[in-house]
Ligand binder design. Structure first.
Ligand SMILES: NC(=O)c1ccc[n+]([C@@H]2O[C@H](COP(=O)([O-])OP(=O)(O)OC[C@H]3O[C@@H](n4cnc5c(N)ncnc54)[C@H](OP(=O)(O)O)[C@@H]3O)[C@@H](O)[C@H]2O)c1
Length: 232
């Protein structure tokens, strides 16, 4: 049985990823910062729950300890938890909101990955999927053909560029683990509710599931969208 931890997994893309991976036969741990929301999602989906706030070292360490005690290893880590300040353009950006975004979206990935490393190293086929965004792609935000180039998501875009770079650097540092980034695409979740629109989570989670289920010969240090690889 493949043991999988998904962060920020009580709703949105994380929740859909849980549902799909459970269908694939994974034992899925829903990492959620709220005990109530996490337990409710786990009960509905038939998953396990661990309290996990990606901005809190103690909570991350405790969550990994629970998985270690119950499973002895971790096969798949999906770093999905993420926030956006709702700001398009530059007005309204503050150092506090920028720090909060970077602490969750970037340092959160480092915090969880570092804590999970000893358990991932016990797996036969350790896999990490970092949920990035094409808003963090230098190529996509400068290509007039891509919608990502039409608006400025200043801090959020920079945080996802950092997630993509973490992916490349971790893949170099840890050749024994397959570490890839994905761009789920503009999706209708609470995240985007203020702007409206977006495609269904079922479609966008597809690439997360695809990269979470790669075999031993799968790629590492790559960036994927839908069914294809993207330039960085
Ligand atoms: N939606 C899109 O169009 C889109 C596009 C590209 C990339 N993404 C990325 O996809 C990922 C998931 O986004 P989504 O659209 O599914 O958003 P969502 O519906 O708002 O879900 C975000 C999840 O992250 C959790 N979270 C936030 N801060 C956390 C923390 N400190 N510790 C643990 N969990 C935390 C939330 O938990 P609570 O319920 O407690 O708030 C929630 O479960 C994010 O990384 C986002 O940047 C989204």
């Amino acid at each position: 049985m493949t043991v999988t931890l998904v962060t920020g997994a009580n709703k949105g893309l994380g929740r859909e990823t849980d549902r799909r991976l459970i269908k694939e036969g994974h034992t899925v741990y829903i990492g959620a910062r709220s005990v109530e929301r996490g337990q409710a999602a786990a009960a509905e989906l038939g998953a396990r729950f661990v309290q996990l706030d990606v901005t809190d070292d103690a909570s991350v360490r405790a969550a990994v300890r629970v998985i270690e005690e119950r499973e002895g290893r971790l096969d798949v880590l999906v770093n999905n938890a993420g926030i956006w300040d709702g700001i398009v353009g530059a007005d309204g950006i503050t150092s506090e909101s920028a720090s909060a975004i970077f602490d969750t979206n970037v340092v959160g990935v480092v915090r969880v990955t570092q804590a999970a490393l000893p358990l991932l190293r016990k797996s036969d086929n350790p896999v990490v999927v970092n949920v990035s965004s094409s808003l963090g792609s230098f190529w996509a935000v400068t290509d007039p053909e891509r919608t990502q180039s039409h608006n400025a998501f200043v801090v959020y875009g920079a945080s996802k560029a950092a997630v993509s770079m973490l992916t490349v650097q971790y893949a170099k540092a840890l050749p024994e683990i397959k570490i890839n980034a994905v761009a789920p695409g503009f999706t209708a979740t609470d995240f985007t509710a203020a702007v409206g629109g977006g495609r269904p989570v079922e479609e966008s989670a597809e690439v997360i599931v695809r990269m979470a289920t790669i075999g031993k010969a799968g790629p590492t240090g790559t960036f994927h969208e839908d069914d294809h690889e993207l330039p960085w």
